[in-house]
Design a protein around this ligand. Sequence first.
Ligand code: ZN
Length: 346
Amino acid sequence: MQKTISLFFLLISSLYCYSNTGFNNKIDSVVINDGPYIFIKDSILIEKNIINNKVITSKLPISSKKINFKPEHSSYTGVKKIAALSDIHGQYDIAIKVLKNNKVIDKNLNWSFGKGHLVIVGDIFDRGDKVTETLWFIYKLEEQAQKSGGKVHYLLGNHEYMVLHNDLRYLHTKYIKSSKLLAIPFPKLIDKNTILGRWLRSKSTIITINDKLFVHGGISKEFISNGFNIDDTNRLMRESIDRKKEEMKTVPFYKKYYGTNGPIWYRGYFKEGFNEHELNNLLRQLNVNHIIVGHTSQNEVMQLFDKKIIVVDSSIKNGKYGEILIIKNNKFIRKTIEGCKANFNR
Ligand code: ZN
C-alpha cells in the first residue's frame, strides 16, 4: 500500500516538475521589448510596440510613412565599392560592430559608405533575439544610402522565406511571446498589410553588381539547366511569398526554387566533386566572373577556386564574431570585426 502511495506521489511530482520546466513558462518569465510593428489599415496606420511586456498601440496618419515599395532591380553596374555580409540571424550587436569598425556606418550608426553598395546576403531572421532591431536598422540605412548615392541590398535567404511561410521552427522564443502579447499570429506581423511585410516583399533573391552575382545559397547547374533570367527569378520568388506552401508543393516550381538545388538552399559549392570545370560553366552561363554566397557557415570570409566564389557567412549567428567582405576597384578584401585586413585562408 505504502509503495503504491509513494509511487503515486512520485508520478504527481514528476508531472508537476514537467509542467513547470516547460517551454512556455520559461518565456513567460522573461521581460521583452519589441517592435514597432506597423499595420496598414484602410486610411490609418496602427503602430504597436512592446515595452516591458506591455503592448503600446498608437494610430498614425497613413501619410506619415512610406507604405508602398517598388520591386528592387536585379542588376547594377558601375559600382566602385561593395561591402557584403550575411546570416546575421538576429545578432544585431555583432552586425553593428562589423559595419562600424569597417566604416560602412559611423559611430552614430548612420550610413558612411558614400556611393558604395552594401549587400546583406540573406538570413536576418531566426535564431537570435534582435531580428526586429536589425530589420529596422537596415530599413533606415537603405534610405540613408539612397540619399548618398549608395545602395543597400537586402537579399532574401531561406530563413526569410521560411518565416514568411509560417515555418517558425527557428524563431527565437522572444517572438513567440511578442506574438502572444500582441494577440496576433507571427506571420501576420510581417504580412502584406504591414510596413515591414511590404518592404520584405519588394526584395530580390539574386542580384548582380558589375561582374559579380550575389545569392544566399548559390546557383546550381540544375537550377539553370533550362536557362536563367534573373528578373523572372526574382519576380517568381517575390510572388511565391504569398503562395501557400502546400499549393507550391503540388507543382514543379517548389522543387526548383525551394529545393536543395534552388538559390536559397544550395550548398553544392562545398561538396566534394564540385569542380572548377562545373564552376566555369556556371559563370559562363550566368555571365559573371564571381559568385558571392552566404548560408554555408564558415569561421571567416572565405574564398574558393581562386576567388571565383566568395563565402560571406562568417557565423555572425553565434553572437561572438563576424567579418565582412569589401570589394574595392575589383579587389576582394577580407575584413575582421575590428576592421583589420586579413588574408584569405583558402
Ligand atoms: Zn541560410
